[in-house]
Design a protein around this ligand. Structure first.
Ligand SMILES: [Zn+2]
Length: 93
């Protein structure tokens, strides 16, 4: 399970399906997937249906580092307006 965690940590933003995860770690698929499921119970990793970043087959069950940017770790409500603050290029000025 630590190896799964370090593999996923090495590829943030990459998703691994069971087959690719197993191949990377040279362990049986179910073993890899059991570790992936255990990791996904924590805050750092996530399971979902997505394209595997490696076989790029089709959406299927994959495990990956949770999709968050480091800047967005504090999830308290950021005001919607923030997004427009730098968008004030008024053509009349
Ligand atoms: Zn794959």
């Amino acid at each position: 399970m630590r190896r799964v965690a370090s593999l996923l940590g090495d590829f943030p933003g990459h998703a691994f399906c069971q087959d690719c995860l197993a191949e990377r770690l040279s362990v049986p698929g179910p073993t890899a997937w059991a570790a992936a499921k255990a990791l996904a119970a924590g805050p750092e990793f996530e399971l979902g249906a997505w394209f595997c970043s490696h076989c790029l087959d089709r959406p299927k069950d994959v495990v990956h580092v949770r999709w968050i940017q480091p800047a967005a770790t504090s999830e308290h409500d950021r005001p919607e307006r923030e997004r427009f603050r730098f968008n004030t290029d008024d053509p009349d000025q």
